[in-house]
Design a binder for this molecule. Structure first.
Ligand code: GAF
Length: 384
């Protein structure tokens, strides 16, 4: 699906240099939302939307980035990397160079052509894919290769320390470490993971509400702060709870009355979501799809009501899927406040499911949603 030939020949024509080409996928999260920065559990899948990067060295000390999607070029000096972002697509790739330089790597001049089909602002991790593919590309020139989990952590730091988005590790981790036909149950505390096979007869149907989502906006950091405030109260009482991962529902019962009502609800979502995520992996492993679907429904209700991370369009998209033939489970996926729902659907029904869901959504909102029947893909790698 992601043929490097076109990008390679465009790069050659633009920069008169043969590149090497890398790919990094976007992701959809099956369950485990806003648990990653609480050092909890997530269960994402790499998908067959991805970002490609073609790289070749330069001798003039310049870093020239070209986006095929934006048809725009931006030039930097390798010896004078920017200290701050400029609210531009180039923040992500140049941020990777900045962080690698901070790790002591000498960043050479290079030309980088980028193309991707991860829909932007849809909660499918287009920025993580761009960071991870750039990390692979640049380290192929510096010769210092990073294992997938280390590259993921570096790319998360690009978001946190350069771009200024306070995200967790999930998106970069799955983009760097995804496995064909599998979801990953990732423990965000120590980055250990377990592979959860997606049965061949189940399709992952991603339905885009077309409501733009951004984790750099105000809602994501507000929710994070609210949940962390609840954690601090529990930790103040019994210690040993640096993250909500360490808290229990009993803790919430005991000290919830001291919390702001919103903080209490955010924490309730995070604590119960961790339990659901671990249970969903077990159910998937046991082939208990009814239980996977039940947990996804519970997760959506918790995300929408307790965490208030949904929006009317996403709630409606989940609701409209409920009585369609073949549905196993549906929920809003990703950072929230818009973006996509993820639907696990019996493969035989997937095409009709997508058509009917799209028609229902259009009838209600007058917006044509993009609906994709996706496949669990492998993580980032070199193409050729
Ligand atoms: C966004 C963030 F980037 C992730 O780290 C994660 O917190 C997710 O929202 C919510 O689960 O994708």
């Amino acid at each position: 699906m992601h043929d490097p030939v076109v990008l390679r020949s465009k790069h050659l024509a633009r920069f008169q240099a043969e590149p090497v080409v890398f790919v990094a996928p976007g992701r959809v999260n099956l369950i485990g939302e806003h648990t990653d920065y609480a050092e909890g559990f997530v269960m994402p899948v790499a998908i067959d939307f991805a970002t490609l990067a073609a790289i070749s060295p330069r001798t003039d000390g310049k870093i020239v980035l070209y986006s095929e999607n934006f048809e725009e070029e931006k030039t930097f000096e390798a010896a004078a990397l920017p200290a701050a972002p400029s609210k531009h697509w180039s923040d992500y790739p140049i941020g990777v160079a900045v962080l690698l330089a901070g790790e002591g790597q000498t960043i050479p001049g290079f030309s980088l052509s980028i193309w991707g089909d991860v829909p932007l602002g849809s909660g499918l991790s287009s920025s993580a894919a761009l960071e991870v593919v750039t990390g692979l590309a640049i380290t192929s020139l510096t010769g210092v290769t990073y294992p997938g989990p280390v590259l993921a952590r570096l790319c998360q730091r690009v978001e946190n320390e350069f771009v200024g988005a306070n995200c967790g590790i999930m998106d970069q981790f799955i983009s760097a470490n995804g496995k064909e036909s599998h979801a990953l149950l990732l423990d965000c505390r120590d980055l250990s993971f377990k592979l959860a096979p997606i049965p061949a007869d189940i399709a992952i149907v991603i339905a885009n509400t077309m409501v733009k989502h951004s984790i750099a906006g105000g809602d994501y950091p507000t929710r994070r702060r609210e949940s962390e405030a609840a954690c601090a109260i529990i930790n103040g009482h019994r210690g040993g709870v640096p993250f909500l991962r360490d808290a229990t529902l009993e803790d919430l019962e005991k000290w919830g009355h001291e919390m702001e009502p919103k903080s209490y609800l955010r924490a309730k979502h995070v604590i119960t979501e961790d339990l659901r995520t671990v249970a969903a992996e077990k159910a998937l492993e046991e082939g208990n799809l009814a239980e996977v679907g039940r947990l996804m429904a519970e997760a959506h209700a918790s995300y929408s009501k307790d965490f208030e991370g949904s929006c009317p369009e996403a709630d409606a998209m989940v609701e409209m899927a409920q009585d369609l033939p073949g549905l196993i489970g549906a929920r809003l996926t990703g950072g929230g406040f818009g973006g996509c729902t993820v639907n696990l659907v019996q493969r035989d029904h997937a095409k009709a499911f997508a058509e009917k869901l799209g028609a229902r959504y259009f009838a209600k909102f007058g917006i044509q949603p993009q609906i994709h029947v996706c496949h669990a893909s492998g993580g980032a790698h070199r193409l050729d």
